[in-house]
Design a protein around this ligand. Structure first.
Ligand code: ZN
Length: 412
């Protein structure tokens, strides 16, 4: 019982912190929206600056609303007998305990997704539309939803089956084998993501502009990256936001440019962006993240094992230790991550440090002024705010602010 109230206190406090940080972000952005920060006054005009401010404020409003709804949903699952009602419903079907368990988990996922659906629709077709970013038709959105649901079912069902089988048959070490299973599955998914999963949604082509291609290939050779790992993605079929990213590992690793990014930047700016992405690879950020994932997930499953042995969580939420294992798993996967909110700033700080390192690598291998130009263009075109709130940014931001990145690049 004490655990239940400790959880509830933390759960409410984290909602309050989320809402507080979001209001801080909105208020800071609003307060600084009347003039373009001096550093950017020659490249970004007032109208664009205000567009970024309004876009940020509207995204925050949606995030707050969504946080409250997510809170209410989890609250009803845990404190208003939601999980118990779902269990009663699925137990009506006379199938094996493992199948009842999988059915239970899918009903929980279905309810969560149905509640999230209006937010996703609003974000794409109202918010992104209003600011001219959405390029998706409702038809494409539905196809994406169907495709991702089918892919999710194909991969999740056998994994859930095995997890529940381990739980039932491997006594006290079930958590260790479950961890192994999750690690192997996620490595496999990361490996096939660039070559098999991503092409289900987007088209990936080699770079057509030969002059640009040879410029970029030179840089790849200089950095010791195999040259057939570079692709252009048709991001413009969904959104006008531009980006570039690094994906996969081993022989499946790739650097992907959105076509929207290539159309906005000059060749030298694209080269600088590529150098930044290569920085993530060369500075071992990809390996570091994989290693971190291994360690943290081990820790997480160890905690699951610990709580399952002593039965504290099950008991707190009114379940006996003989309840269907899927209910226990679902309970652990909903309750324990709530405490991870407090860890968010640590991951953000580590991610921002990696971004600085990748920027420094780019400055060394290409031209820091070109990277600065590219960053300013991307901030402007993506309507990203130049004036985030310090505390909000410290907690959440995976990238340093435009000011910090450019100041650091200029000092190199
Ligand atoms: Zn980066």
């Amino acid at each position: 019982m004490t655990f239940k109230y400790a959880f509830l206190t933390f759960f409410i406090l984290s909602l309050i912190v989320k809402i507080y940080l979001s209001f801080r972000q909105s208020n800071t952005v609003k307060a600084l929206s009347n003039s373009v920060p001096e550093r950017f006054s020659s490249s970004i005009n007032l109208a664009d600056h205000q567009k970024a401010a309004n876009y940020t404020i509207e995204k925050q409003r949606l995030a707050r609303f969504s946080a409250v709804v997510d809170f209410a949903l989890l609250f009803s699952f845990l404190f208003l007998d939601g999980f118990k009602l779902i269990l009663d419903f699925v137990s009506e079907f006379s199938i094996s305990p493992i199948l009842v368990g999988i059915f239970f988990i899918y009903v929980v996922i279905l309810i969560t997704n149905i509640i999230d659906l209006p937010f996703s629709l609003y974000k794409t077709f109202v918010l992104e539309n209003k600011y001219g970013f959405n390029k998706m038709s409702l038809k494409l959105w539905c196809f994406d939803l169907i495709k991702s649901t089918v892919i999710g079912l194909i991969f999740l069902t056998p994994v859930l089956y095995l997890l529940l089988y381990f739980f039932e048959n491997l006594s006290s070490l079930w958590w260790f084998y479950s961890w192994l299973l999750i690690v192997i599955t996620s490595l496999f998914l990361q490996y096939i993501a660039p070559t098999f999963l991503a092409p289900i949604f987007n088209k990936f082509n080699p770079i057509e502009d030969l002059e640009l291609k040879s410029k970029l290939e030179n840089l790849l050779t200089k950095c010791g990256f195999r040259s057939n790992g570079m692709f252009v993605m048709d991001g413009s079929t969904r959104s006008s936001h531009g980006n570039a990213y690094f994906t996969g590992f081993g022989s499946s690793k790739r650097i992907v440019f959105f076509d929207t990014l290539l159309s906005k930047l000059s060749h030298s700016e694209i080269e600088a962006v590529l150098a930044h992405e290569l920085g993530h690879f060369k500075k071992n950020h990809v390996k570091k993240r994989l290693f971190l994932m291994l360690v943290l997930s081990f820790f997480f499953f160890y905690i699951l094992g610990f709580f399952h042995t002593n039965g504290i969580i099950l008991d707190s939420f009114g379940f006996s230790t003989s309840v269907n294992n899927a209910v226990a798993l679902t309970l652990y996967f909903t309750v324990i991550p709530v405490f991870f909110f407090i860890l968010k700033p640590i991951f953000s700080i580590s991610s921002r440090k990696d971004e600085f390192e990748a920027d420094a690598f780019a400055a060394e291998k290409s031209d820091s002024n070109q990277l600065i130009n590219a960053l300013v263009k991307l901030y402007k075109d993506n309507a990203s705010t130049l004036t985030p709130d310090k505390l909000y940014s410290m907690w959440y931001d995976s990238h340093p602010s435009a000011h910090e990145r450019i100041n650091r690049l200029e000092s190199l």
